[in-house]
Design a protein around this ligand. Structure first.
Ligand code: PRP
Length: 181
């Protein structure tokens, strides 16, 4: 059984990812010094980044997870994020940091942000391992902690998948699909 597509070059190495995580963890640790943070991973892609990031933080942290529908990958939809798995934690009065693997159009985050703000967090920030600003459909979207900006290529690895595969890769690579051969 083979995986779909053909792996291409390493776009972001393990060493680059490690350095990126240390940098972001330092920024968060400085910004939230003396406070507790609740990291919220957005499943599934964020699981690996979340696990690495939390181990580098110097501030007290707790974790929770959400799963939302990937409507952002469809064309103009209802504009409502469908929650597949909601938070276990009450975020009222807490410092919440959403942890994403990638920000693309920005639609998922803009809708999720609206929803979470109605729950009264003390603060709400976005941290993303990778960002494709060239794909943005939401104006003025602020990513508070950005790992690495990447070009608009089809990439997999470090949590990012194609048809559910390749999330396990420790680095980020381009993927060529059969149709392009
Ligand atoms: C990815 C990513 C974000 C969203 C970003 O999730 O984890 O949640 O897409 O895209 P956007 O900025 O265009 O909204 P995906 O839907 O691929 O689900 P997965 O994490 O389970 O792979």
């Amino acid at each position: 059984m083979t995986r779909p597509g053909e792996l291409g070059d390493v776009l972001i190495s393990e060493a680059e990812i490690r350095a990126m995580i240390r940098r972001i963890a330092d920024e968060i640790s400085n910004d939230y010094a003396g406070r507790e943070v609740l990291l919220v991973g957005v499943l599934k892609g964020a699981f690996m980044f979340m696990a690495d990031l939390v181990r580098e933080l110097k501030v007290a942290s707790q974790v929770d997870f959400m799963a939302v529908s990937s409507y952002g990958k469809e064309t103009k939809s209802s504009g409502v994020v469908r929650i597949l798995k909601d938070l276990d934690e009450d975020i009222t009065g807490r410092h919440v940091i959403i942890v994403e693997d990638i920000i693309d159009s920005g639609l998922t985050w803009s809708k999720l942000r609206e929803l979470l703000l109605t729950r009264g967090p003390a603060s709400l920030a976005l941290c993303a391992a990778f960002d494709k600003p060239s794909r943005r459909k939401v104006a003025n979207l602020k990513v508070d902690y950005t790992g690495l900006e990447i070009p608009d290529a089809f990439i997999v690895g470090y949590g990012l998948d194609y048809q559910g595969f390749y999330r396990d890769l420790p680095d980020v690579r381009t993927l060529r699909l059969e149709a392009e051969n």
